[in-house]
Design a protein. Sequence first.
Length: 408
Amino acid sequence: MNEFMDFLTHLGRDNLVLTFGLLLVLGALGGVLAARIRWLPTITGYMAIGLVMGPSGLALLNEGALAQTKVLVDVALGLILFKLGAALHPVKAWRTPGLVMTGVAESLLTALVIGMLLWWLSGSTLVALLGGAVAVSSSPAVLIHVAHELDAEGPTLDAAEMLVAINNVASFLFFTLALPIALVGQGETVWKAIELPLLSMVGAAAASLVIALIITRVSRATLAHEEHLRFPLVVGGVLLVLGLSQALNVSALFGALSLGIATRWLERRRSSLSAIEFGGGGDVFFITLFVVAGARLHLHDLVQYWPVALAFVGARTAAKVLTVTSLGTLFGYPPKKAFATGLLLVPMAGLAIGLLQTTSTLTPELGTKVSAIVLAAIAVFETIGPPVAAWAIKFVGEQGSAKSSPNP
């Protein structure tokens, strides 16, 4: 048996096509099995299969194979962040100031609560600053996929999408402010410490703006019967941003999020790119993302740091849910809907992992300390996040609304 598993592992080594096929086939199997349990989201099935396939399981996907999948995961995350960024529109923000204020207040409180917790546990101001910034982020992938799976639509989901977008923008901004302090603390010069994160943020935003101008102009030339061309236009735009970000050494994830924001601001309603639905093709990206996420679950970190991880999970969940619930009256929501909206902010994964990787690259010693704690917490959030999101949507009765609503 061991020889057979070694043979399969050897086949997948340095073979991205085979690895991709394995991710999709076994991931789809996990989704089918999860679908047989009515209350279980298919995301959980994808991640369970990934866990079994990964280093913590049968090791069909070893660290080398997982490293190969980075490009696939980046594309999947890029498309999801584009979709999330497209939920932010200046007119919508102007019309819902209470929602924006709630998002800002919740982001600040989450950073403060987690920062104080990490400072108390670790005694390190730098760990507290970076960990607090990362904790603000929420997972758009879980929200979008669970909503798609449940055919969900409604005011609670709309509010949650906007708050998740605000969370991720705020998380990147807080991280950009905290990173120079961390770099100076690690012996870097002040100018270099400020230059690195600032250039990463500005460069990503500039690249995304240029690409947004191009794809929105092309989109305006499409006719009504050519709507099918807009999906590859979005995918191409995201790929261009990811490629430029890699070439310019700037943040690819912030670039994809900025592309969604810029596209929504520049487009015309007739040729709307932000309204593009991923459809069946989108499942390819979702399956890839969550199977790899399952394979990368750091169970050894969870076992080693479980008390800290549980404290992190409890404090972050309380900060987000209680703040959104208590401030829900600002955007006209009853407590029930505000509570459900807060629960939809609980999942955390993609952007948080990206920020941790940036920390580890720039300050390896500090990155190791922050990652050990936060990755253990992410293992918990990735496990409980999808069922919590599904329950929140069902709690307010917005499941099935998209299927029953008339087409525009």
